[in-house]
Design a protein around this ligand. Structure first.
Ligand SMILES: Cc1cc2nc3c(=O)[nH]c(=O)nc-3n(C[C@H](O)[C@H](O)[C@H](O)COP(=O)(O)OP(=O)(O)OC[C@H]3O[C@@H](n4cnc5c(N)ncnc54)[C@H](O)[C@@H]3O)c2cc1C
Length: 288
């Protein structure tokens, strides 16, 4: 089923994101999380796309297995990193052949150094917008794109960034998923900027339960902005109290989600880090 159809509900729903497992042990951990989340009926489950060949094969295999062996709606991520257009066509063909109809089209970052200079493959693509077009051309795919509440680090300013997001939507994306943030205003202003550009596709906030100091640090890395001081001041004193930190971190994220639900978001997209417990806790607290 297409993600956009799964998002057409009266009430806020949720979706989850995994990364491809690196070995058999990680694969078992991932599949435990998949099976624990399945009865909660998430709108869709996505699997990210890595930089290396074997990790890419595992994204294809994992999304295919989710399509064939579960009741869940899978979405595969795809990037333009180190791929010619011919290779991209091939991967998209594999997705279609394994029953994956939903693709998140992201450009990706230079391998090894996300902040390094982006150099496109000589026979590849420059921007995610072109990837959206390619995927749409190749079949009946539902395509999503990435959005950045704090602006993409390479964008000159928030308005230029929103212009580029609007271009991806006009190229055929049916929805967008936002990078992590902790202050809802940034997400809501991005939604306003999109609406001002005539784009009314679903915009999903990215949410990550903050369960450990390591996850908090990862949060800052992914969001591209420092953790707000009010939240750092609340959590960091609990760094040596794992249970207290976890509870406080889950509470912070639950309050953020409550605000987003009150603002009418169609779904909350959880970065699970391949574990289900914290996501299930937040989803239960929200009554989703
Ligand atoms: C929800 C989500 C999921 C992600 N999943 C993955 C994943 O699975 N694998 C992975 O490697 N990375 C992933 N990423 C990270 C992503 O690949 C990087 O953030 C990357 O730097 C930007 O990707 P993009 O699709 O936004 O690129 P683009 O939309 O191509 O934008 C890249 C930069 O170019 C600018 N730009 C865009 N179009 C134009 C244009 N026409 N002219 C001039 N400038 C333009 C943008 O403003 C931005 O600064 C994900 C990010 C998010 C938010």
């Amino acid at each position: 089923m297409a993600v956009v159809d799964r998002l057409r509900t009266e009430r806020t729903t949720f979706s989850v994101e995994f990364f491809p497992p690196r070995d058999d042990a990680e694969e078992r951990v991932l599949w435990r999380a998949v099976r624990e989340l399945e009865p909660l009926d998430p709108a869709f489950v996505s699997v990210t796309y890595g930089a290396g060949g074997s990790s890419r094969d595992r994204t294809i295999r994992t999304t295919g297995r989710i399509a064939q062996e579960t009741t869940l709606t899978p979405m595969a991520h795809l990037t333009a990193v180190d791929h010619s257009v011919a290779e991209l066509r091939n991967v998209i063909g594999w997705y279609a052949a394994s029953g994956v109809q939903n693709v998140l089209a992201v450009r990706g970052d230079p391998p090894g150094d996300p902040n390094g200079e982006w150099v496109r493959h000589p026979e590849g693509l420059e921007y995610a917008e072109e990837l959206v077009r390619l995927i749409r051309e190749l079949g009946d795919f539902c395509v999503g794109v990435a959005a950045f509440p704090h602006g993409h680090p390479r964008s000159a300013d928030l308005d230029v960034d929103a212009d580029h997001l609007a271009r991806k939507i006009r190229a055929g994306a049916g929805f967008a998923i936002a990078q992590l943030f902790l202050e809802p205003e940034y997400f809501l202003r991005l939604r306003d900027r999109l609406a001002a550009r005539g784009c009314d596709v679903p915009l999903l906030p990215g949410v990550m339960p903050i369960t450990t100091p390591r996850v908090l640090a990862k949060f800052g890395e992914l969001a591209g902005v420092p953790v707000p001081s009010a939240i750092a001041d609340q959590l960091l004193p609990l760094a040596d109290d794992p249970a207290g930190f976890r509870q406080a971190g889950v509470d912070v994220v639950t309050r953020l989600c409550e605000r987003l639900i009150a603002e009418g978001v169609p779904a909350l997209h959880f970065y699970t880090l391949n574990r289900s417990k914290a996501t299930r806790q937040v989803v239960a607290a929200l009554g989703l």
